[in-house]
Design a protein around this ligand. Structure first.
Ligand SMILES: *Cc1c(COP(=O)(O)O)cnc(C)c1O
Length: 359
C-alpha cells in the first residue's frame, strides 16, 4: 500500500508524546505512577474551569461558536489587544499548522533550531515544506546563526521562547538584534507556551512586536492546566489574522474548551498558585541535583533538562519501572538526557528518590 502514500508522509518520524499514566500502570503492573513527562500542570485544571465545563456539557448537542466570540473578547480584554488580533486554535499545535498553511509556498522554507519543539518540523513535513534546522549554542537558540541561514526563500522562523526541551530563553536584547534588519518577507513566530513561569527581567516583551511581521503563540495546556481540552491562541496584526482565519477549520475549538478558557482566565489565584509551585519545585530540584553532582540546564520553564551522564533512554526506563514517567530525549537527539517536568513537592521527592537509586 506504500505506493499510495505521499513521499513526505513516508519520511516522517511520528511524534512520540509523554507516556500516559494508565498505559504505564497496565504495561508494568504498577499501582502508583506519576507523570513528569509532558510539562503539564500537576495541580490539575483550575476549579473554575471544571465548573464551566460541567455547565457547558449540557449544550454539546450544538456546534461550538465558530468565531469563539466570548473567549476572544475575554482574551482581548485580558491582553489589551483587539479581538480581531486573535486566532483560536485546537492547541497551539494546530496554530502552527494554520500558520504554515497561510504563509509558506511550496518552494519556500522555514528556519528554526535543531533542538526545539518537534511539532514545527513534523507539521512542516506533513505540509511538504522544507525546514532548515540550526544547532543550538550552549543549549540556547543561536539567533545569529539562524539569521545567517535565512535566504530569499525563507518565509517563517519559529522561536520557542522559552525553548522546549532545554528551558533556556532568548533575551530581549538578542531578540531586538535579531529583528533589526530582518528581510521583509520573513514572519517570526514566537512560541511562548511557558512564559507564565519565566522569572527573569531580560525576557522579551513580545507584545510590542505583534504589529510587525510577528505572530505570538500561547497555550492553555501548561500554566492553565487544560492540556486535555486542546486550546491555544495566536496574537498577530489583524490583517495576518484575517488570512489565518481562512486556513482555520470552522469548529476547531470545541465548546467545552471555549467555556473553560474563559473561566480559567478569571482564575488569577490558580495561575499564581501554579507559578509558585513551579518556582519552588525548581529550586528544590536544582539544589538537590547540584548536591548530587548531576548536571542540568538552567531553566526558566516548568521542566528541567537533566544530563544523566549515560544513556538517557535506559535511565528513562529504569525510572519508569519505579512508576516515575519522565521524557526520554532520544527523539530530540539528546542521548544522555532526560527531561523532567516540575511536579508537586511529593512528586519531585519521589523522582529524586528514584533517580538517586539509579545514578
Ligand atoms: C507544549 C508546547 C506547546 C503547546 O501545545 P498545545 O498544542 O497548545 O498543547 C507549544 N509549543 C511548545 C514549545 C510547547 O512545549
Amino acid at each position: 500500500m506504500k505506493e499510495l502514500i505521499r513521499k513526505n508522509i513516508l519520511n516522517i518520524t511520528p511524534y512520540v508524546g509523554g507516556k500516559p499514566i494508565e498505559e504505564t500502570k497496565r504495561q508494568l503492573g504498577l499501582k502508583e505512577v506519576i507523570k513528569l513527562a509532558s510539562n503539564e500542570n500537576p495541580l490539575g485544571p483550575s476549579p473554575r474551569a471544571i465548573e464551566a465545563i460541567k455547565k457547558c456539557a449540557e449544550g454539546v448537542n450544538r456546534y461550538p461558536d465558530s468565531q469563539g466570540f466570548y473567549l476572544k473578547r475575554k482574551l482581548a480584554k485580558t491582553l489589551g489587544v483587539a479581538s480581531g488580533e486573535i486566532v483560536l486554535g485546537n492547541g497551539s499545535d494546530e496554530l502552527i499548522d494554520i500558520i504554515i498553511k497561510t504563509f509558506v509556498e511550496p518552494d519556500e522554507n522555514i528556519v528554526t533550531a535543531e533542538t526545539t519543539f518537534l511539532e514545527y518540523k513534523i507539521i512542516a513535513e506533513v505540509n511538504s515544506r522544507k525546514v532548515i534546522s540550526v544547532p543550538l549554542k550552549y543549549f540556547k537558540y543561536d539567533l545569529e546563526a539562524i539569521k545567517g541561514k535565512i535566504d530569499k526563500k525563507t518565509k517563517l522562523v519559529f522561536i520557542a521562547n522559552p525553548n522546549n526541551p532545554t528551558g533556556t530563553y532568548v533575551t530581549k536584547y538578542e531578540l531586538q538584534d535579531f529583528m533589526s534588519g530582518l528581510p521583509e518577507q520573513v514572519v517570526v513566530v514566537l512560541d511562548e507556551a511557558y512564559d507564565t513561569f519565566v522569572d527573569v527581567i531580560d525576557f522579551p516583551n513580545s507584545r510590542g512586536l505583534a504589529n510587525k511581521n510577528v505572530i505570538i503563540l500561547k497555550t492553555f495546556s501548561k500554566a492553565y492546566g487544560l492540556a486535555g481540552l486542546r486550546l491555544g491562541y495566536a496574537i498577530a496584526n489583524s490583517e495576518f489574522v484575517s488570512y489565518m482565519e481562512r486556513a482555520r477549520q470552522p469548529f476547531n475549538v470545541n465548546s467545552l474548551a471555549q467555556a473553560a478558557g474563559i473561566a480559567a482566565l478569571d482564575d488569577k489565584k490558580f495561575l499564581e498558585r501554579s507559578r509558585k509551585l513551579v518556582l519552588e519545585g525548581k529550586d528544590y530540584l536544582c539544589n538537590i541535583l547540584k548536591k548530587m553532582g548531576v548536571p542540568y540546564v538552567p531553566s526558566v520553564a516548568n521542566f528541567i533538562l537533566v544530563d544523566a551522564g549515560r544513556d538517557g533512554s535506559s535511565v528513562f526506563n529504569q525510572l519508569l519501572r519505579t512508576g516515575v514517567i519522565v521524557r526520554d530525549m532520544q527523539q530530540y537527539g539528546l542521548k544522555n538526557f532526560i527531561r523532567v517536568t516540575i511536579g508537586t513537592r511529593k512528586e519531585n521527592e519521589r523522582f529524586i528518590k528514584a533517580l538517586k537509586k539509579i545514578l
